[in-house]
Design a protein around this ligand. Structure first.
Ligand SMILES: [Zn+2]
Length: 402
C-alpha cells in the first residue's frame, strides 16, 4: 500500500501530536514549527553520540517495510524541540512568500537529548517511539476529518500501530510496555492512561503475530544468577552482568525473583545504570538495601560506593558502615574499598584531636576514620589474596607483599 498525500488539499491547518506526557491541547505546536523552519534555515549540527537523523530515517523505512507500507518522512532533529512529534505541512506560504510551516510534506521532529535521556540505546523502544509518530502521519491525524477526533483516540491508535510494528520488527514487547509505563499518565485524561496504552499495545502485538515472551519464571532468573555469580563483579561491570543475564533470562522473571532473592535484587538494581533505565534511582537503592539486609556482600559494597559518591555527612557515614560490613563478609571489593578509606584519610585526624571527620575539604568522603596505613594495607592484602586485581596492583605500587 502506498501512502499518498491524499489529504493535503483538504488541510485547513496542520496539527501536531507529540508522544509527550503533558496533556496539551490539539493546537498546533509552535515549537515543532520553529524546529522545521530552523532545519531548513541551517545545516543541522552533527549529533555525535546522539541518535542521528540518518539512523531514524533508516529505522522508519524498516518499520514501514515490515508493515508493507511506503512512506516519505523528513526527519528533523531539534535540540529545542519538545520530545518527539509528528507534523504535517500543506506547504502554505505567507504574504512574503515564505513557508508558514515548511515545504509540503510529513515531518517527524525529535529532540536527540530527550531521546537519549528517556529511551537511551533501547532498540525496541526506539522502534516504538518512531512507529507511534509514523502512525499519526499515516492516519492523517492532522487534517480533516481526523483532526477533530479526541486526542485520546488518536493516541491509542498510534500506540496500537507501534505495538504491531514491535511484533513485525520482532523486538521486545516488554521493553515497549516499559516505555509506555514511564511516559503515560496513571490516569486517563486527554491522553490514555498507561494501562489503556499497554492494553492497546498488547492487543496489536498479538494481532500482528507477535509471540509473547514466556510467563515470568523466577527459577529461570535464579538459574541465570548462578551462572554469573562466580566472579567478584564491580560496579563498572554492570553492562556485562546485564548482558549475561539477558542471554539467560528475561526481565519479568528477574522482577519475580527479586521479590525474594537477594542476588536478583542486586542485579535488577543495576538496570538503573543500564540503557533504557527501566527502574528509578529510588528503586535501585531500595533493591540494594533489601539485598544488603539479606546479607548480600556485593550489595553492601555497591551501596558503600554509591553513598560515598553522594558525599553528605549522613551518606559518608552510611558508606563507611556498608563497606565495613562488606569487608567483614570477605567481599574482595568491600575489603579494597574499606581499606582505601584508611589510606585516603588525613594523617592529622583523630589521634591528635582532629575529631571525627566524614568529608575532606576536597569533598572526598572518608567515612569518619583516621589515617591508618597499616590497617588499610592489611585489608588490601586480604582482597589481593582472593585475587582482587586492583588491590594487588595497589600493593605492588606501594612495594608491599602479600
Ligand atoms: Zn502521539
Amino acid at each position: 500500500m502506498s501512502v499518498a498525500r491524499r489529504c493535503f488539499a483538504l488541510a485547513l491547518l496542520c496539527m501536531s501530536v507529540g508522544l509527550g506526557l503533558a496533556p496539551t491541547s490539539m493546537a498546533q505546536s509552535s515549537t515543532g514549527n520553529a524546529c522545521v523552519m530552523d532545519f531548513f534555515a541551517t545545516a543541522p549540527a552533527p549529533t555525535s553520540s546522539l541518535l542521528a537523523p540518518a539512523d531514524v530515517e533508516e529505522l522508519i523505512s524498516k518499520v514501514a517495510d515490515s508493515l508493507g507500507l511506503n512512506t516519505t518522512v523528513t526527519i528533523v532533529p531539534c535540540s529545542f524541540g519538545d520530545k518527539v512529534e509528528a507534523m504535517y505541512s500543506n506547504g502554505a506560504k505567507n504574504a512574503q512568500g515564505g513557508y508558514i510551516r515548511g515545504p509540503e510534506g510529513d515531518y517527524i521532529i525529535y529532540n536527540p537529548i530527550w531521546f537519549r535521556e528517556v529511551v537511551g540505546q533501547d532498540y525496541a523502544q526506539t522502534v516504538a517511539v518512531f512507529a507511534h509518530e509514523l502512525a499519526h502521519l499515516l492516519n492523517r491525524d492532522f487534517v480533516a476529518p481526523r483532526v477533530n477526533l479526541p486526542r485520546k483516540t488518536k493516541e491509542l491508535e498510534a500506540d496500537r500501530f507501534a505495538g504491531c510494528a514491535v511484533a513485525k520488527m520482532k523486538v521486545s514487547l516488554a521493553s515497549y510496555e516499559s516505555l509506555l509505563s514511564r511516559i503515560r499518565p496513571d490516569l486517563s485524561g486527554s491522553y490514555p492512561s498507561k494501562d489503556e496504552s499497554i492494553a492497546a499495545a498488547r492487543k496489536a502485538y498479538t494481532d500482528c503475530g507477535g509471540a509473547f515472551e514466556a510467563a515470568p519464571d523466577p527459577m529461570r532468573a535464579i538459574a541465570a544468577l548462578d551462572l554469573i555469580s562466580a566472579r567478584d563483579w564491580s560496579i563498572g561491570d554492570g553492562n556485562e552482568i546485564l548482558r549475561r543475564v539477558k542471554d539467560a533470562t528475561d526481565i519479568q522473571s528477574l522482577y519475580k525473583a527479586a521479590e525474594t532473592d537477594a542476588r536478583a535484587q542486586l542485579v535488577l538494581a543495576q538496570y538503573y545504570w543500564a540503557p533504557g533505565q527501566i527502574i528509578t534511582e529510588a528503586e535501585a537503592f531500595d533493591l540494594l538495601e533489601k539485598s544488603a539486609a539479606a546479607g548480600n556482600a556485593r550489595a553492601m559494597n555497591f551501596l558503600g560506593v554509591l553513598y560515598e559518591n553522594r558525599r553528605t555527612i549522613a551518606d559518608c557515614s552510611r558508606a563507611f558502615s556498608y563497606l565495613e560490613k562488606a569487608s567483614k563478609k570477605k567481599n574482595g571489593w568491600g575489603q579494597y574499598n574499606f581499606g582505601m578509606i584508611y589510606i585516603k584519610a588525613p594523617k592529622n585526624n583523630g589521634s591528635n584531636g582532629g575529631g571525627i571527620q566524614f568529608i575532606l575539604p576536597s569533598g572526598q568522603c572518608i567515612g569518619g576514620v583516621s589515617y591508618n596505613y597499616r590497617k588499610g594495607i592489611n585489608l588490601l592484602k586480604k582482597a589481593a589474596k582472593q585475587g582482587h586485581v586492583e588491590a594487588a596492583n595497589f600493593l605492588i605500587t606501594m612495594g608491599e607483599d602479600w
